[in-house]
Design a protein around this ligand. Sequence first.
Ligand code: M6R
Length: 607
Amino acid sequence: MCGIFGCVSKADGAAKIIHESLKRLEYRGYDSVGEATIFDGRIHVKKDQGKIDEVHKVHNLDDLPGSVGIGHTRWATHGAPSRVNAHPHLDCEDKIAVVHNGIIENFSELKAELEGLGHIFKSKTDTEVIPHLIEENIKRGSSFIEAVREALKRLEGSYAVAIITSLEPDKIVCARKESPLILGVGEKALYCASDIPAFLPLTNKAVILEEGDVAILQHDRYEIRRLEDWKQIAREIQVIAWTPEMAEKQGYPHFMLKEIHEQPLSLRNALRPQELYMDLMATFLDRAKNVFLVACGTSYHACLAASYMFSKLAYLPTYPIIASEFAEHVGMAVNIDSTILAVSQSGETADTLAAVEHARNRAATVLGLTNVVGSTLTRVSRVYVLQQSGPEIGVAATKTFTAQLLVLAQLALRVAKLRGKVSHQEVKAIEKKLKEIPDVVERTIKVNEEKIRQIVRKYKDSRFFVFLGRGISTATSLEGRLKLMEIAYVPAFAFPAGESKHGPISLIEPSVTVIFICPRDRTRKTIIGNIMEMKARGASIISVIEEGDEEIKQLSDDYLEVLGEVPEVLSPIAFVVPLQLFAYYMAVEKGYNPDMPRNLAKSVTVK
Ligand code: M6R
């Protein structure tokens, strides 16, 4: 995920401060780095692809002159990692420099408009529209601050930005919308950064900017205004008592918990997939004779859920296949008329890439969904889309799973529209629900966390766990089981609830806990039957229910609620969240480090 930093100080030496602060943002993951300072009426820039130390070795980041500057670590989204795509980005006359974290959704329209007005773009990034928009506004008579305000108002999507100009060399203007931005208030300087750790050794006084805030920093003062009405507002200064290690995790004890809490944000980003590529993918899926959804582990669970989405929304049958089984299972059935949608967070999983290779050798069309620009999957796919989750550091996939589901749901909806399988009203209704999902997840985390922290104590000695769901919730139960097994080392099973009577029920006895996934969909009645069967055999029952489902509450020993009405096809996104928290707190309760489960790697690059 990109990191931004800005420094306005009285004395020279901003570049070194920025360099050191960017080092403290390295944990966010990045592929390129850059800095810009103002000195002698000019903007000075150094930037390149590579790690900070490598770029510093070649370019000496510290010898940029001046007391005001901005810096950036880039995690590529629009445009491959390269020197030209690295931030800061400048206007045509090199008078305005911008660093940005987020996604400008309407950048193509803005770019076309600005190119029509004679602006020359150098990079493939969405960010570069910002300095050119500001430049254009200044040309038309606005002051720098007005020009920034007018430009921000035209941006759709998410941003945290820091902007400097040689026209007013004593200041930084920064602003946020859906991407974090924090001010650091030091004695000799003011800072802005994506994260508190960036400035923590310099000052422990922080001002957390809120949605729609614009801050203007000068070395000895700052003001914060609302973008909307330009009213000046006061925000409280908070004294941060974190250790540097805590600061990297934003105060959370583990990256996994931080990433679970990041889901409202990563889901909002997943609601902005690249339109053109999504449409292309939908066309390929619609025209294919057979569609295989291929992945491993958590990503396979996303594929399994997606197969229900494609079927229910678009009446498109698809075959979810575990990548390591692909060649053996369906290899001979793949041909020029097949389309393979490979899903891989890292884009580097060896089994998934092997399946893709097999499919390519049989002339099939390969589509990719991944989180990593420039990964092998992006290179071997005919078309790919990015899920925009930012780097995930915990080995257990959490925010990347829910983001994959959200992108896949949007894709299924597009195929449905192409095929004319859903009415205009249904499309509108689902689109509305898609937009509400980040808030549902936010509320669900809030309402369950403390409860889960308590109930894991009660269940920690269960002999084993069984996760049961029906329909699309089968995927949710498999994912809940995987989370619990991989980080808390608890034996667990999961299968469609209907299968229990065909064998596994013989294992059930009072020392077993069964976790039921119970959205209010058409499987609810039969799930109630399964709950009764398990209760009758003495198992403890935990149910994950939609808020206010009194009937299932009464049948359960404990329940976890999803706060909001979620349509069936989107239910795994919300219903998996309590299961992620359950696994996390169970691992902590048992004294394990959930970020580094034994024997596992984040990306499995061997077959
Ligand atoms: O990077 P990928 O999505 O291809 O990784 C696939 C699996 O290795 C991965 O989802 C794994 O199962 C999770 N880290 C488990 O939480």
